[in-house]
Design a protein around this ligand. Structure first.
Ligand SMILES: Cc1cc2nc3c(=O)[nH]c(=O)nc-3n(C[C@H](O)[C@H](O)[C@H](O)COP(=O)(O)OP(=O)(O)OC[C@H]3O[C@@H](n4cnc5c(N)ncnc54)[C@H](O)[C@@H]3O)c2cc1C
Length: 395
């Protein structure tokens, strides 16, 4: 795909999308597929924000059941099924082992009940239902797990993805449907005419160029650059050292939060943290305290790993753009749902959401775009068409 900054001034677009994370990319694809003329600008590389710092799970979010977010879990498992269908090269089933120890915050009966609801919400799909495991079966699956006080567990399916690849595939698909997509292009300010936003001044981050992009409607999808959020960090360590065979769901020994150990080639990824932050998304990093928190969980479940800070191969952090007000003191209990707001100057801003639900969220945004433009309603078709297999070919 050619990067064509000059094309941004070639016409008046129906919609200009600001932000090339999964949210903006999904909106650009959907809008282009509904026949709108679309431009999307990203100030850095595609998916360089939170969309490259996720746990790469396309998941129902079993932990949200604890907070009664049934509607959100239902939408997430439906989207999981859609993405497995339209992007089998990017989204693959992943089986998790969830070991349960004596006096765990979530005892076996509660886990069984939660996973049964999870299966019911996903019925009709392709995922196999969960299985309860006795302690021997847990250890057969994951021989390096701590066996002391193990009371059993469960095996259940979710899915894993390449978050950057998924974002790029959406950008590529948008371009295939006529969109102009330019990375390293920063929206510096909006332009206003007769009280309505009618475009943006965009600067080329690669050259000293500027463009005035004209559009009937602007959509801001700049994630944590426009909304408050919570910080989440991961570390990667040697897979041989942890010796996990697959994905393992853990409860933090510090505060009982749901966490994961995830296989990644020869490494194992441990994540995540979830803390309120005032840090800028431009230079957010995992703190020492977060690294200790992640190591504590891995060592509690895999005691022979004896991991220390010196064993950390890499650490990284991102900020979850959150939409809703907290309904608990715990950041992990904050809703991952999204808000679509149209302001008095006609600009649409979308905040919140998850990687998993990006497609349905984009459909909601483009419905609002069509209404705002006075176009007759056309339903989204993004769930019907496969995402391209680009092999990292986006510029
Ligand atoms: C630690 C962590 C783990 C997560 N794990 C999962 C998971 O496993 N599964 C899941 O479903 N969700 C997960 N999430 C949530 C998910 O990653 C986010 O909801 C999603 O990536 C947000 O995408 P976005 O496009 O809204 O934001 P971003 O990806 O941050 O994109 C916003 C983009 O806007 C650009 N931008 C900002 N200002 C401008 C400007 N002026 N001009 C042009 N461009 C601009 C930025 O450069 C950025 O690329 C996780 C989040 C975190 C933090």
């Amino acid at each position: 795909m050619q990067r064509t900054f000059a094309a941004l001034e070639s016409r008046v677009f129906d919609v200009l999308v600001i932000g090339g994370g999964i949210t903006g990319a999904g909106i650009a694809r959907d809008a282009a597929m509904r026949g709108l003329s679309v431009a999307i600008v990203e100030k850095s590389d595609w998916a360089s924000g939170t969309s490259s710092r996720s746990s790469r799970l396309i998941h129902g979010g079993i932990r949200y059941l604890e907070h009664g977010r049934i509607g959100m879990v239902r939408e997430s498992v439906r989207e999981r099924e859609t993405l497995l269908r339209i992007a089998p090269h990017l989204v693959k089933p992943l089986e998790f082992t969830w070991p349960v120890y004596r006096s765990a915050r979530l005892p076996r009966w509660k886990l069984r009940a939660g996973l049964t609801i999870y299966d019911l919400l996903a019925r009709g799909g392709t995922m196999r239902p969960h299985r309860s495991l006795d302690p021997d079966e847990v250890i057969q699956r994951e021989p390096c797990l701590r066996s002391k006080e193990l009371t059993g567990g469960a095996a259940y399916f979710d899915a894993t993805t390449d978050d950057v690849g998924l974002t790029r595939a959406n950008v590529t698909s948008a371009v295939e449907h006529g969109a102009v997509a330019v990375n390293y292009a920063k929206a510096e300010s909006t332009t206003v005419s007769a009280g309505k936003v009618d475009g943006a001044l965009v600067s080329d981050q690669a050259d000293a160029l500027r463009a005035r992009v004209s559009a009937r409607l602007l959509v801001s999808a700049t994630g944590p650059w426009q909304a408050r959020g919570t910080k989440g960090s991961h570390i990667s360590v040697s897979g041989e050292r942890v010796c996990n065979r697959g994905a393992v769901t853990m409860l933090s020994p510090v505060d009982g939060r749901v966490m994961f150990v995830l296989p990644s080639g020869r490494q194992t990824i441990v994540g995540t943290t979830d803390i309120f932050t005032g840090e800028s998304p431009d230079d957010v990093r995992a703190s020492e305290a977060e690294v200790s928190y992640l190591l504590a969980a891995a060592n509690a479940y895999f005691p022979d790993a004896k991991l220390t800070e010196a064993d950390v191969i890499a650490s990284w952090a991102g900020i979850r753009p959150l939409a809703a007000a907290p309904y608990g003191r715990n950041p992990s209990s904050i809703s991952r749902e999204h808000n679509i707001v149209r302001d008095s100057r006609g600009m649409i801003t979308v905040t919140g959401g998850k990687l998993t639900t990006y497609r349905s969220m984009a459909a909601g945004v483009v419905d609002e775009v069509m209404r705002s433009l006075g176009r007759s309603p056309v339903a989204a078709t993004t769930h019907e068409h496969a995402l391209p297999d680009i092999d990292g070919a986006v510029a």
